[in-house]
Design a protein around this ligand. Structure first.
Ligand SMILES: [Zn+2]
Length: 111
């Protein structure tokens, strides 16, 4: 089943569950896989990967890369409430559609 989400690339999100080591952490969404219901969030679910030497990185070695996280484990982060929140959509008088925090009405970003 696909999770319904309004989370988009570049959003700041907060981990609501999942592995304890990144619970309550906030991060920027780097990539979304809507068909898988997963996202890659900066600094979330870091895993060490062994890299083969390449031209760009001739030594190879171990790098830290973000693993994907289930969208149901993250929520859009409201800077004013300082917590994860549900968002609504609203049409401004100038015609822009924005998302807002349902708790404090803070506008979080365009839809
Ligand atoms: Zn809020």
């Amino acid at each position: 089943m696909q999770a319904k989400t309004r989370i988009k690339k570049e959003d700041i999100v907060i981990a609501t569950s999942g592995k304890e080591r990144f619970a309550r952490k906030t991060g920027r969404v780097l990539k979304i896989f809507p068909e898988k219901g997963r996202a890659i969030v900066e600094g979330f679910n870091l895993a060490k990967r062994h890299m083969r030497p390449t031209q760009k990185n001739p030594k190879g070695g171990i790098v830290q890369r973000e693993g994907s996280i289930n969208l149901s484990n993250i929520m859009l982060y409201c800077p004013r409430c300082q917590r994860g929140t549900r968002v609504g959509n609203r049409l401004l008088t100038d015609g822009t559609k924005v998302r807002y925090c349902r708790k404090c009405e803070e506008v979080i970003g365009k839809t």
